[in-house]
Design a binder for this molecule. Structure first.
Ligand code: A2P
Length: 270
């Protein structure tokens, strides 16, 4: 669980992150984060837009785990595409978390959620320049993007200095985002996968269940392990302690044949 990937700037990032999307602030987010930390997770993924940064930060502080053993990701809301907005949002996240630095700061999406696919290339460049300042100042140890497709990345890389260290995208068996993942790899950008269980959509899949039975593992564990086999960092989330534990217990290796069988599965979750 404390195994790490290494970002292009040399920073180590624990291979499995605990996702907190849709976990309500207050005791839900506090308890889930605290449970994850108690069970050995050292990487927590939140966002200003999740509304739960303060609860996550409190759980992290209460855990007593030394700050330098932890990796904390948060995100600039997708709607913010100005430099001053980005500065304000970072300060707000910083205050909410109250953990000193951030380890990875991401642009949550290339476009506002209300207008997916709209063109904000100039805005993304403008906020990225703030990200570069925050990175140079050590306020965040790495910087990245989320939900960026190849065209979004190409534009940003062509117009700014620091290449994103990570790109967090929706990634699961049957939805492997091959083009973006290949582009990330070529540019030494770590691909992080959110919703590795397709937000629960894979759990009833019989073909995955057959493979899981061979390893005496659950469908969720095979689905998470599959990302690791592809060098994609999984960000599973759960509020159930036994599942939080199981999702990090993926220290087994899928055979090449089983990986190939999973590669061939199509997305049936939509
Ligand atoms: P719960 O919080 O009740 O455990 P994803 O990470 O793809 O977005 O999926 C998250 C969803 O999958 C949540 O609804 C979560 O429910 C459920 N889930 C997470 N881990 C497991 C698991 N190991 N087994 C079954 N369901 C899980």
């Amino acid at each position: 669980l404390i195994d790490t990937f290494t970002l292009s700037n040399g920073l180590h990032i624990p291979k499995i992150g605990f996702g907190t999307w849709q976990i309500p602030s207050g005791s839900d987010a506090y308890d889930a984060t605290k449970t994850a930390l108690d069970l050995g997770y050292r990487h927590i993924d939140t966002a200003l837009a999740y509304g739960n940064e303060a609860s996550v930060g409190e759980a992290v502080r209460d855990s007593g785990i030394p700050r330098d053993e932890l990796f904390i990701t948060t995100k600039l809301p997708a709607e913010v595409k100005t430099a001053s907005g980005a500065r304000d949002a970072f300060e707000e996240s910083s205050r909410n978390l109250d953990l000193g630095h951030v380890d990875l700061y991401l642009i949550h999406a290339p476009w506002p959620w209300s207008d997916m696919g709209s063109d904000h290339r100039d805005g993304n460049v403008e906020v990225w320049k703030v990200f570069e300042e925050l990175y140079d100042a050590g306020r965040t140890k790495s910087v990245g993007v989320s939900n960026f497709a190849v065209a979004d990345l190409e534009d940003l890389l062509g117009r700014t200095d620091v290449v994103p260290h990570a790109n967090q995208i929706r990634w699961f068996i049957g939805n492997t985002q091959d083009e973006t993942t290949a582009f990330d790899r070529e540019h030494d950008i770590l691909t992080e996968g959110y919703s590795p269980l397709a937000t629960g959509g894979l759990l009833e899949n019989e073909q995955i269940a057959e493979i899981a039975a061979k390893y005496d593992k659950s469908v969720a564990q095979v689905a998470i392990r599959y990302l690791l086999e592809k060098d994609v960092l999984p960000l599973p989330k759960s509020t159930t302690p036994s599942r939080i534990a199981a999702n990090a217990d993926v220290d087994f290796v899928l055979s090449a044949d089983d990986v190939a069988a999973l590669d061939a599965l199509e997305d049936t979750t939509n």
